[in-house]
Design a protein around this ligand. Sequence first.
Ligand code: GLU
Length: 313
Amino acid sequence: METVGRFAPSPSGRIHLGNILCALLVWLSARQKGGKVVLRIEDLDTARCPRRYADQMEDDLRWLGLSWDEGPGVGGPDGPYYQSERTALYQAALEKLEQKGLVYPCFCTRAELHAASAPHREDGQVVYAGTCRTLTQEEAAEKAKKRPPALRLRVPEKVWGFTDGHMGPYEEHLARDCGDFLLRRSDGMFAYQLAVVVDDAAMGVTEVVRGADLLDSTPRQLYLYDLLGLTPPVFYHFPLLLTSDGRRLSKRNADAGLDVLRDRSTAAEILGKLAYLAGFNPSAAPKTAEELLKDFDWDKVPTEDIRIPEGLF
Ligand code: GLU
């Protein structure tokens, strides 16, 4: 079976080194197996992800030499490649889940969610306490007059595990560690968890390469694959890049953004340094993506977060 990888950025600003490492690993992992790469723009939140950011990102990826075989500007059989244009597919999946009796309306406000006594996860996300799980149809209809509901998926009292291609075995108890999760927000926006599963399956993706911050989303996504009768891909989660003092990269780390880096570096300089940090370039010497193909190996990539030394870029 042909390998199909994908890069699925949410263009809420200029790409930074973490996104570039992701795009590089997606590209190398798929290309080394003779596979292809799909670019999908995850712009469900159209207010945060205006099209001009996506355009800029596509330009940046081309400049970096990280090409894609299907996606914006290229086309392909499984488009459109912008999530904002794919809501009919998410709606169809939602209806399938509704038919199974697993979806219920949730009227909780943000404040109520935080006040509920369910334990908080380490990452600060709230595990839903199940407040609206047992509302009767009449109670829900009454509440819906005042406020449009979000929609949640019931999760079972079950451990969902898988073996990550890079991080190894990982599991979560869906009810205890995740809780009933959102499929659609009260403003009608579909949730990432649903959209990503629908799209990866529809686009024939066989391997998902992404940052370790999404490792704990994977059991929820595998549960959705199961419910929707879809075949899941293989997952490879890679360690996060941190600033020299150990903080997560964000739009605020000005010198990690391509807006600054593109003016003072070549693409090969950036990719060579990233590959060095990620273990598959013996030095920080400039390398194009093509040149990195022969040395790339998931076994060389660390599993611990990676600090970017001060002044490297
Ligand atoms: N759009 C998500 C992000 O940029 C990534 C989704 C994924 O790779 O599954 O964080």
